[in-house]
Write a protein that binds this ligand. Structure first.
Ligand SMILES: NC(=O)c1ccc[n+]([C@@H]2O[C@H](COP(=O)([O-])OP(=O)(O)OC[C@H]3O[C@@H](n4cnc5c(N)ncnc54)[C@H](O)[C@@H]3O)[C@@H](O)[C@H]2O)c1
Length: 392
């Protein structure tokens, strides 16, 4: 490995492929990473399409078999941006080949797979991360700083919602996100996992939970093709929806806080409403991805008469990552969260330290997803084990 660069091999090239490619390309433009990402090779199953993707997204070469990509001596890190059912096999193979790994969320289909991935990564001493990108919005990272400094006091409430609406139409096709074999779970693992990650990051570990889940539309037209959230519907053939459309759960945290969570793809008008509100003994904060540069904060010790939520535009030098872009007030967007994630990954590879969130976070998240499903099935509260996790 060249000490000044990290040669990346990316598996998959659509929605997240585009977001990650952009991040690697723009990272050295705005930041000074200790090692520079090199877009060495991208892999896909269809030669014509992967060749086009390599040209469009800026990759130097391509492969049509991900195993070949992992074997290549000129690749230092594997980036997995394929559907969830492929993550475990790819990550274990990459770890065994000694490649660092960035893997999309949710880490796997099951807890067993996620644990296997974490064990392989630790055993082979590679640097690993899971792509919970919303942690890296400057407003969220600043919220973390405020909470860590005790500005909110003792945390009492966590209110997290992830609201989308792309399935309200019953004729929307059965894309891979609706097949249990491919996705593991539905809305829960796809977007509920992001809320879980934000809550764990900002407040701490969940110890116990109770849930309910719902599938509103049980049958949909098969998808002839799909990319990201959308697809082309087959007009004649239908298939069964095997996963949840919505999930809601109550949780208690190790530090005593009470959490209320909701994830759905049926909240009409909410395109990507990833929101979190936290209330503590000394103050509150709230954030909404659809207004991602803003953080609303409230402090109990503000002057009487002036008390209330105030809105901070997190584009100042003092806000994490923001100072690397534009003068205050000149905003950044969704894609920049991935630049920050890539920055942490490059720093981790350079220093050999463990950046977060990593596969350990992925395992804990996966355990919570499993506990939520278990609670729904048994109609019981489930103890989750908090953050306990050791590799064998
Ligand atoms: N961090 C986020 O906010 C975020 C957002 C969207 C998706 N994701 C995650 O990213 C991953 C990919 O999702 P997406 O929306 O980019 O999907 P997508 O359908 O847009 O793209 C999937 C890619 O994987 C390839 N692929 C599919 N099956 C494969 C296989 N068996 N072997 C090799 N390649 C295969 C496809 O050709 C395509 O290039 C998922 O794990 C998803 O949960 C994360």
């Amino acid at each position: 490995m060249n000490p000044s660069s990290v040669r990346i091999g990316m598996i998959g090239y659509q929605f997240m492929g585009k977001a990650h490619s952009h991040a690697y390309r723009d990272l050295p433009f705005y930041f000074d990473p200790p090692v520079t990402p090199v877009l060495q090779a991208v892999s896909g199953r269809n030669e014509e399409k992967v060749k086009q993707a390599a040209e469009k997204l800026g990759w130097q070469s391509y492969e049509t078999d991900w195993r070949r990509l992992i074997e290549r001596d000129d690749i230092d890190m594997i980036d997995i941006v394929t559907p969830n059912h492929t993550h475990a096999e790819m990550a274990v193979a990459a770890a065994e080949a000694g490649k660092h790994i960035l893997c999309e969320k949710p880490l796997a289909l099951t807890v067993e797979q996620a644990e296997r991935m974490h064990e392989a990564a630790e055993k082979n001493a590679i640097v690993h991360m899971i792509a919970h990108n919303y942690r890296f919005a400057p407003a969220v990272a600043y919220a973390k700083k405020l909470i860590s400094e005790g500005r909110l006091g003792e945390i009492n409430h966590v209110r997290a919602q992830y609201l989308q609406d792309w399935l309200v139409d019953p004729e929307a096709p059965l894309v891979w996100r609706l097949s249990k074999d491919i996705s593991g779970s539905g809305t829960l693992g796809d977007i509920g996992s992001h809320s879980i990650d934000l809550a764990r990051y900002l407040v701490g570990e969940i110890t116990e939970l109770v849930s309910t889940m719902k599938t509103f539309v049980k049958e949909r037209p098969l998808a002839e093709s799909s990319a990201g959230l959308s697809g082309k519907a087959n007009e004649e053939k239908k298939g069964e929806v095997e996963v949840d459309d919505a999930a809601a759960f109550l949780a208690t945290f190790e530090n005593g806080a009470l959490g209320v969570f909701e994830a759905t793809r049926y909240a009409g008008g909410n395109r990507n409403g990833n929101r979190i509100e936290i209330n503590g003994s000394k103050g509150s904060l709230r954030w909404d991805m659809e207004n991602m540069n803003h953080l609303e904060v409230y402090f109990e010790n503000d002057e009487p008469g002036l008390q209330g939520f105030r809105t901070i535009h997190c584009t100042e030098e003092d806000h994490p990552y923001a100072g690397n872009y534009w003068p205050a007030g000149h905003m950044i967007g969704y894609e920049h969260t991935f630049i920050h994630l890539a920055y942490e990954m490059m720093k981790g590879i350079h220093s050999g330290s463990a950046p977060v969130p990593n596969f350990r976070d992925g395992v804990i998240n996966q355990r919570l997803l499993a506990a939520i499903e278990q609670s729904h099935q048994t109609r019981q509260w489930v103890k989750t084990g908090g953050g306990e996790h050791e590799t064998n």
